[in-house]
Design a protein around this ligand. Structure first.
Ligand code: ADP
Ligand code: MG
Length: 313
């Protein structure tokens, strides 16, 4: 059975469609990235999956069942971290975890050990007695993640878990998510608008744009779907790099072309890599190295958005 299965789901608010014909599956053990720009409907999808909103049509199945807020069996199997960390600021880190352990019916004999383990996991063992109101945003998020894990859920739903964090905390939180998957076999459904996050953390992803799923695959599969060859050309100096950029752009053989110091990364239109290299040589451009580059997920995403002419910038 799939951890999540969304079938022909649509959602409108006051007659305005926000989601349309949403279909995807999340297999057990996957870290699934639900990627889309702000306002594309990620939180709405998650709220439907959690039974907090009803879809206008179609359905969401979590562990084969339609979610329902009052379904305590389902509630015990899922962990949720929304934008708000769900912490009581006047309680300490330890007291917060204890509160949730009671709320979720964690047996009394297991509580202390579980809380100790989660404080350790979140790197907050030595801050256990401090009120969480004084915690930094990053510490709150780590504790929020620990809090979502208190009842050993099978599936974790995370809504933009690293947004608003500084780069260092972002790395720590991403690392915690990876550990949950690797060490505990947890299934993770992760909303994000951050492509690099999906590349670093997820095994699979769906790209949501304009209320529809535009692509859904493994990360490797998504990269491959962008089938134009990409060359990373290093020139002997920046002058040659400039000229390469001009030449490729003026000859219309570049779908996309970028220069970074002595390196030019070009996504080719229809020309073969050898034709392009021959052209550089004919024009007296001194090439130091050429590599076939894998297209980053970012290019795939931009390609999808551009094709629809709705850049988000
Ligand atoms: N309760 C609501 N009533 C009306 N419109 C809503 C409601 N919730 C979300 N929306 C609209 O639905 C769209 C998608 O929102 P959301 O799911 O929050 O996107 P995301 O999480 O991807 O940023 C937005 O245009 C938002 O304004
Ligand atoms: Mg959102």
């Amino acid at each position: 059975m799939n951890a999540v299965e969304i079938q022909g789901m649509a959602k409108s608010f006051n007659g305005t469609a926000v989601l349309d014909e949403i279909n995807f599956k999340v297999r057990k053990g996957e870290i699934f990235g639900y990627l889309g720009p702000n306002g594309s409907g990620k939180t709405t999808t998650m709220r439907i999956m959690l039974g907090l909103l009803k879809p206008t049509s179609g359905k969401a199945l979590i562990n084969g069942k339609e979610p329902d807020d009052s379904n305590s069996d389902l509630r015990s199997r899922i962990g949720v971290l929304l934008e708000n960390n769900g912490l009581y600021e006047r309680l300490s880190a330890y007291q917060n975890l204890l509160y949730y352990a009671r709320l979720y019916g964690v047996p009394e004999s297991d509580r202390v050990e579980k809380i100790e383990r989660l404080l350790e996991f979140a790197g907050l063992s030595d801050r256990r007695n401090e009120k969480t109101g004084r915690f930094s945003t990053g510490m709150k998020r780590k504790l929020g993640l620990a809090r979502a894990m208190i009842h050993d859920p099978e599936i974790l739903f995370l809504d933009e878990p690293t947004s608003g964090l500084d780069p260092e905390s972002r790395i720590v939180v991403r690392d915690l998510i990876l550990r949950l998957s690797e060490d505990e076999g947890m299934t993770v459904f992760l909303n994000t608008h951050d492509l690099s996050e999906v590349e670093k953390v997820c095994s699979n992803a769906a790209i949501l744009e304009g209320g529809r799923i535009r692509a859904c695959d493994t990360i490797v599969g998504l990269r491959k779907s962008h089938d134009k060859p990409v060359l990373e050309i290093t020139l002997v100096d920046t002058g040659y790099a400039e000229r390469t950029l001009d030449l490729l752009t003026s000859q219309d053989c570049a779908y996309d072309c970028e220069r970074d110091d002595r390196r030019v990364t070009v996504t080719l239109n229809d020309e073969s890599p050898s034709t392009v290299l021959a052209m550089l040589v004919t024009n007296g451009i001194a090439v130091e190295e050429v590599k076939n580059a894998t297209k980053s997920l970012e290019a795939v995403y931009l390609d999808i958005v551009r094709r629809r002419g709705t850049t988000n910038e």
